[in-house]
Design a protein around this ligand. Sequence first.
Ligand SMILES: [Fe+2]
Ligand SMILES: [Fe+2]
Length: 213
Amino acid sequence: MLFAQIKIAWTFFNTTGFFDRFTNEFEEILHKPEKRKDSRDWTEGGEVRYTGGMRNKWRSSVSDYELAPLLEEAKNVFGLDLGWTKHGPNHWLQVEKNAIMLGKHTLGCDMEVARRFAILHDCRRQNEGSDPEHGARASEFAQELNNKGVLGLDSGQLATLKYAMNHHNGGQVSSDPTIGVCWDADRLDLPRVGTSPNIDLMSTQYARKLLRL
Ligand SMILES: [Fe+2]
Ligand SMILES: [Fe+2]
């Protein structure tokens, strides 16, 4: 009798999705980074949801779009464990979304450069910690891709992209709208590693506005 009741209860919870919901919530808790007092969540135009960490389920992919070949090139040279890395494709795609959001509000930003920065800037990392030369390696890789005709930028755009990548981890800000969007888009994804974005290290007005909300 007791067994039959347990079986009915089990069937009920299974068919109502109770266990799935419980598992999903548990996974969210498991992957949720420490909520910092000064972290921020926001939505923008219904397409960007910045949750401040790895729980972000709203990441989109560029794989259906014109940058798909570039994404594949970046994945092919990326040497870190895709199952664990916080500097891999998920981060690149979030940076790209951040760049699109910031670029819409930053006059003079070259989105072709900013989107390519997002995809390439961390693809030559060699470890998850301090790797001060990874921007320079990414810059060299961008030059190689441009020589192969994969990047699709003119010489001026390539120079801007390479500068942004070379110096993206140098703790600088920039008054150049394209470079500023690149760096801010990257830094807005810092909560994934447990660090809050610093408003004083934001180059664009819109990123500073977001952090003040
Ligand atoms: Fe980086
Ligand atoms: Fe990054």
